[in-house]
Design a binder for this molecule. Structure first.
Ligand code: FAD
Length: 335
C-alpha cells in the first residue's frame, strides 16, 4: 500500500473504489440547506479547473484537501472549451465523488458536441457517481467573444441541454446567470427572460458570472422577482474571485468579459503604488479586503451561498472565509 501525499489517500495499488450509491447523492439545493442548517450561516462553495498536467493535478488535490476541512456545500469543476481535456476532467470529477467527502458538480458545455456525445458524456459522469451538473452553452474555443456556431447535431442554447439532461434521468441541474447581462444579450430584460426559461426547463438554481459590484447581483435578483416570482425563489448563487495581483485583474476581466469597476481598480492601483514594481503584498491584501467586503454585503443581503473561483489555489479564498469568521468546522449534521 502506498500513500499519495498529493491526494491525501492510499493509492494506487488498492482495489478501484466502488462508485457511491448515487441515489443518496444530495442535490446542490439540498446541500445548501444542510450546510446552512449545520453552521447557522451562509454556506460557501468553490470552483476548480481541470489541471493541464501532473503538477497541476497535484496542486488541485492540495487545494481539494484544504477545502475539504472547511466543508463547502459543493465544489464545481469547469469544462474546457470544446472538451480538449474531457477524459481528465471526467476522471478527476469522478475521483472527487468517490474519494472525498465533497459534493462535486460537473460543468457540462454544448460547444463542439453533438447531442449524442453530450448524452454519452452525461452517462460517463453518472457512471462515476456525479448527479449534479451545471449546464452551459459554453463559448467558442480560442476566442470566448468570437462568433458562436452550433454543432450541426448539437444544441443552440443551454435551455435545450437542460431539457436533454433532465430527460436522461435523475440529475440535478444548475445554469449560469449574468448580473450584468450575457455579452450576447441585447439588454438586461432579454437576458433575464432566458434565465427564467432555463429555470422553467428544470434547472434548480443558477450560479452567476463573477462581478465586482454587489448592486449588479441585487438588481438581477430584483429583475427575476419582477419577471417570474416562482422561478425567482430558486437560489441565485453569487460568484466571487479574490484579486491577488494586477495579473489576476486581467484574468478576472477575461472571465467576466468586462472591465472591473473604476472604484475597485482605483483601490488596487493605489495599493500597487507608484514605484517601478507593483507592491504585490499590498495589492493582494487589498484584493482580499475587497472580496471580504463584497462577501459580507452578500451575506447581509441574504445570498444563499458564496461561490469562489479558486484557480485551484486554496489560500486566498481561505483568507476571505477566515475574515468572515468561517473556519474548520464540524461536519454538517447529515449528508
Ligand atoms: C457560473 C459559470 C460557469 C461557467 N463555466 C463554464 C465552463 O465550465 N466552460 C465553459 O466553456 N464556459 C463556462 N461558462 C461560460 C458560459 O458557457 C458562457 O458565458 C456562454 O457564452 C453562455 O452560456 P449559457 O449557458 O448562459 O448560454 P445560454 O443560456 O444558451 O445563453 C446564451 C445567449 O443566448 C441568449 N438566449 C438563450 N436562450 C435563448 C433563446 N431561446 N432565444 C434567443 N436567445 C437566447 C442568452 O440571453 C445569451 O445571450 C460559465 C459561465 C458561468 C456564469
Amino acid at each position: 500500500m502506498t500513500f499519495d501525499y498529493d491526494r491525501g489517500r492510499t493509492a494506487p495499488d488498492r482495489p478501484a473504489p466502488t462508485p457511491p450509491d448515487v441515489s443518496r447523492t444530495p442535490s446542490v439545493v439540498q446541500s445548501l440547506r444542510t450546510h446552512a442548517g449545520a453552521g447557522g450561516g451562509v454556506p460557501f462553495s468553490v470552483e476548480f479547473n481541470p489541471p493541464r498536467d501532473a503538477a497541476g493535478e497535484a496542486r488541485l488535490w492540495r487545494a481539494v484537501r484544504e477545502f475539504e476541512r472547511m466543508h463547502p456545500a459543493f465544489v464545481s469543476m469547469t469544462y474546457g472549451a470544446g472538451g480538449s481535456t474531457k477524459d481528465r476532467t471526467v476522471r478527476i470529477t469522478g475521483e472527487l465523488a468517490q474519494e472525498t467527502t465533497l459534493l462535486p458538480v460537473a460543468h457540462l458545455t454544448a460547444v463542439g458536441h453533438s447531442v449524442a456525445e453530450l448524452r454519452s458524456l452525461v452517462g460517463s459522469y453518472a457512471d462515476s457517481g456525479i448527479r449534479n451538473l451545471l449546464v452551459l452553452r459554453g463559448d467558442p474555443p480560442g476566442d470566448p467573444l468570437g462568433e458562436w456556431t452550433k454543432h450541426p447535431e448539437g444544441v443552440e442554447y443551454a435551455e435545450e441541454l437542460v431539457r436533454i439532461v433532465r430527460d436522461l434521468g435523475d440529475f440535478h441541474v444548475g445554469v449560469a446567470s449574468f448580473p450584468q447581462g450575457h455579452h450576447r444579450s441585447p439588454d438586461l430584460d432579454h437576458d433575464t427572460r432566458y434565465l427564467a426559461a432555463k429555470l422553467r426547463a428544470g434547472a434548480e438554481y443558477s450560479i452567476t458570472q463573477m462581478f465586482f459590484d454587489v448592486e449588479h447581483y441585487l438588481r438581477l435578483r430584483d429583475r427575476m422577482a419582477a419577471l417570474d416570482p416562482v422561478e425567482a425563489t430558486k437560489p441565485i448563487i453569487p460568484e466571487l474571485m479574490p484579486i491577488t495581483s494586477l495579473r489576476t485583474v486581467t484574468r478576472a476581466e477575461e472571465l467576466c468579459g468586462r472591465p472591473l469597476p473604476a472604484a475597485v481598480m482605483a483601490r488596487l492601483r493605489a495599493a500597487a503604488g507608484d514605484g517601478p514594481e507593483e507592491d504585490k503584498a499590498a495589492v493582494r491584501a487589498e484584493g482580499i479586503e475587497i472580496a471580504t467586503e463584497m462577501a459580507q454585503r452578500l451575506i447581509d443581503e441574504g445570498a444563499p451561498c458564496l461561490h469562489f473561483i479558486t484557480l485551484n489555489f486554496a489560500k486566498a479564498t481561505s483568507e476571505v472565509l477566515t475574515n468572515l469568521g468561517y473556519g474548520v468546522t464540524a461536519a454538517p449534521l447529515s449528508a
